[in-house]
Design a protein around this ligand. Structure first.
Ligand code: ATP
Length: 742
């Protein structure tokens, strides 16, 4: 499969050039990044059913053979790109020599990248892109050339634009989505502001502030604010501009949750919820450094802002009722009623709330309460019967109802880490501390269940905005230091939810990789095993290699496309092969660890041994990994040998290794394994050692050889039972003769 990619925060030129590249050859798959600028996102939203774009999430399965990259030389890496070397770059920025030079690469100096791809379309007389496609490509050219007004615009951009208009591009439609170009002065101010830009997370909203001294620039700056808002797409943008009369504030919002109008009115300005402005008067003669003045103004705005951010009180009662199975819901009601009478606030917390908000089915969950879980458990058992197991030292209780449903009741707790990577010291606490001890913001959401609060969402760590923006974010800078298993967890959630690691979290992750050396082998192995329960474990494995996490576990661990293919085949074949009659195979064991065996069995026996030491892998697992390594090395080479030889080799290995290998090996090898499992392995001669003893043959190597070659004859030439005695006699005579000859 061939795909077309472009840069993150895609704009019209990015999408226009991807579209043009696709029109040149529709067998390529056009993929847009998840992050798009506001204008493009609005256009894609309005015309999504008529556009051909995919994302990484919707991209069909299958391996990627070639990648085309447009409008950039710097695409965000994705695990599915690993191992693809056939990359063609089409860009209109100066050549940065990032990808290998090749003839098909194009680095042109046109104003827009879409331009030179449209030029290629122009050579196809029968091509009629239609109104929507032509408009999107035209917007690409217009956006990057400031509607054909920037100095960088070339005649080629204008000719390509003219062709698109001829082909039906709709200028009225375009005007609805595209920004008006900035003047040179505005562009100058824009550049200054971009350099001083800061991002703030305030009550769950992403607010960007930027400050610049523009006293020498006389122009109108609301167009600049629009450009920045559309490009950066924050919840709110505040520009602080030093003008002759003071500091001019220009505020723009993208939601109604920040009331900029009210904020500006509190500073003697005015405006609406989403667009407002004001001026803080300054007497420059008296004042010191302009930078300090701007910083003071920034702080003043930031101090005031939280009072103008509306936090919506979300109640998820309806979601709870719709998504939680009736029996569990009934149980929750009973527990909540008792908890209310005991005055214990009660919550569901963590992954279950995250999944609920993402409309995923939720099956089982824990109940967290403020107070003593064992006390609540006892009261529930008293009122409703059932079985109660108490763990007072861990502040937990397990309650199994008479109907056989069981739930863990857990006291809210705080955790402190005496040393990095040590297990935490746990104390009973309020829900707030319980949420703050958790790993990532999206796992800190809670829903209250008792009394009048039933269904109230509690979001103390800004989990909701991160969930909406699809970000995995730690709660604080020391998170990975306190508990390096979170490095593995971060990848698991990133891959499972198809979220991004928030940039600061990614930085922490990269800086704190060394903490892995403090983790015990069991804890790392546990995390790696959890990857096997994910839908596509190979994505987690390749990602931990890419991020350097695997390298900290063991220097030999690497990844390539072949392992991906084997893991995918394993997963896809799993439902197909299930040898019902082979009860001696622990199928679940293979299912729960197989992808890890596949990965680790690719290494030499020495490396497997040292991985076993580092990860404290159990003897049983190690035996299976070694077995798989032997199969990899030997089975392809012995496939042509007699069935008995193959049988004796396979019988020396754990059957779980053989089953695992059958799930990803070639069809021919699988056929051999199937023959072995269902036929050869079952063949046992009727004559046994007992019969031989009666023939005066003594137990020992000769008897063993006799029985082995009898079995080989049964397997290879189907020796019938009636002929076995005859066969033994003549074989024994031969062995005895050879013995006396010696
Ligand atoms: P899954 O669907 O894989 O069960 P989950 O979010 O329920 O995902 P669990 O591993 O079951 O995750 O953990 C339950 C909750 O406990 C998490 O949501 C998280 O808030 C918290 N948690 C688990 N492990 C850690 C950790 N190492 N550090 C901090 N919090 C953790």
């Amino acid at each position: 499969m061939e795909i077309i990619l472009t840069h993150e925060q895609a704009d019209f030129d990015a999408a226009g050039s991807v579209l043009a590249a696709w029109l040149l050859d529709p067998s390529r798959i056009p993929v847009l990044p998840k992050r798009r600028n506001r204008n493009l996102a609005a256009f894609l939203d309005d015309y999504k059913t008529r556009l051909p774009f995919f994302t990484w999430k919707t991209l069909p399965k299958g391996s990627i053979s070639r990648i085309f990259i447009t409008d950039t030389q710097n695409v965000e890496n994705h695990p599915r790109m690993s191992g693809v070397h056939d990359i063609i770059v089409w860009d209109h920025h100066p050549h940065r020599h990032i990808f290998p030079d090749r003839e098909e690469n194009i680095y042109e100096n046109t104003g827009a990248c879409t331009t030179f791809l449209v030029e290629q379309l122009m050579e196809k007389p029968d091509l009629h892109p239609g109104r929507i496609y032509a408009t999107l490509m035209l917007m690409g050219i217009y956006e990057d050339t400031g509607s054909l007004s920037y100095g960088s615009t070339t005649a080629r951009d204008i000719l390509a634009a003219a062709w698109l208009v001829e082909k039906g591009a709709d200028l009225d439609l375009m005007r609805r989505y595209i920004l008006q170009p900035m003047t040179d002065h505005q562009q100058q101010g824009f550049d200054l502001l971009m350099q001083t830009m800061k991002t703030h997370e305030i009550k769950g909203k992403r607010v960007i502030t930027a400050a610049a001294d523009i006293r020498e620039i006389s122009d109108e700056f609301s167009a600049v604010a629009h450009h920045m808002r559309d490009m950066l797409n924050p919840d709110g943008l505040v520009l602080l501009l030093a003008v002759k009369t003071g500091i001019r504030l220009i505020c723009r919002g993208t939601t109604d949750d920040i009331d900029f109008g009210a904020l500006m009115r509190s500073m003697n300005g005015g405006g609406h919820v989403r667009a407002a402005s004001g001026t803080i008067p300054i007497d420059y003669m008296e004042s010191a450094d302009i930078k300090d003045i701007l910083e003071d103004a920034r702080e003043r705005v930031l101090d005031a802002l939280p009072g103008f951010i509306l936090t919506t009180n979300l109640n998820l009662k309806e979601k709870l009722e719709a998504q939680i199975p009736a029996a569990q819901l009934e149980l929750i009601r009973r527990i909540a009623e008792t908890a209310e009478q005991l005055d214990m606030p009660l919550y569901i917390v963590g992954g279950v709330v995250r999944d609920l908000l993402q409309d995923q089915p939720v099956m089982d969950f824990d109940i967290v309460l403020e107070g003593d879980a064992t006390r609540l458990g006892k009261e529930l058992a008293l009122r409703h019967g059932g079985k109660l197991t108490l763990h007072p030292q861990f502040f937990t209780a397990k309650w199994e109802t008479k109907d056989g449903i069981s739930l863990d009741l857990i006291s809210a707790r705080s955790e402190t880490y005496a040393a990095p990577a040590a297990l935490p010291t746990v104390e009973m606490s309020g829900i707030e501390a319980d949420l703050h001890r958790r790993d990532f913001t999206v796992n800190t959401l809670a829903i209250r269940l008792d009394g009048e609060h039933y269904g109230d969402l509690l979001d103390l760590c800004n989990g909701l905005p991160d969930l909406r923006n699809e970000l995995i974010r730690t709660l604080h800078d020391r998170s990975f230091i306190d508990d390096p298993t979170r490095l593995f967890r971060a990848v698991r959630f990133e891959q499972r939810l198809n979220f991004d690691l928030e940039p600061d979290t990614l930085r922490q992750l990269r800086e704190q990789l060394a903490g892995i050396s403090n983790l015990t082998g069991q804890r790392i192995w546990h995390e790696l095993r959890l990857y096997c329960d994910e839908e596509a474990p190979e994505l987690d494995f390749s990602r931990i290699v890419q991020l350097g996490i695997a390298g900290q576990v063991h220097g030999a661990l690497d990844w390539n496309e072949d392992i991906t293919k084997e893991c995918v085949r394993f997963r896809e074949t799993l439902p197909e092969i299930y040898w019902q009659d082979q009860r001696f195979i622990d199928f679940e064991f293979v299912e729960s660890e197989g992808p890890l065996w596949i990965w680790l069995s690719r290494y030499s026996p020495e490396i497997i041994d040292s991985l076993g030491d580092r990860l404290l892998i159990s003897k049983r697992t190690l035996h299976c990994i070694r077995g798989l390594a032997q199969l990899r090395g030997k089975l392809p080479a012995i496939s042509h040998l007699a069935p008995s030889e193959i049988t004796f080799f396979l019988e020396s290995l754990p059957f779980e290794s053989i089953y695992c290998y059958a799930l990803f090996c070639s069809k021919e090898e699988r056929k051999i394994i199937k023959n072995f499992m269902t036929h050869w392995h079952q063949i046992k001669p009727h004559i046994t050692g007992e019969n031989l003893i009666q023939m005066d043959i003594k137990p020992g190597p000769q008897m063993k050889e006799l029985l082995t070659s009898l079995r080989a004859a049964c397997i290879d030439s189907g020796l019938p039972e009636t002929d076995e005695m005859e066969w033994i006699k003549s074989k024994w005579a031969m062995i005895s003769r050879q013995g006396s000859d010696k």
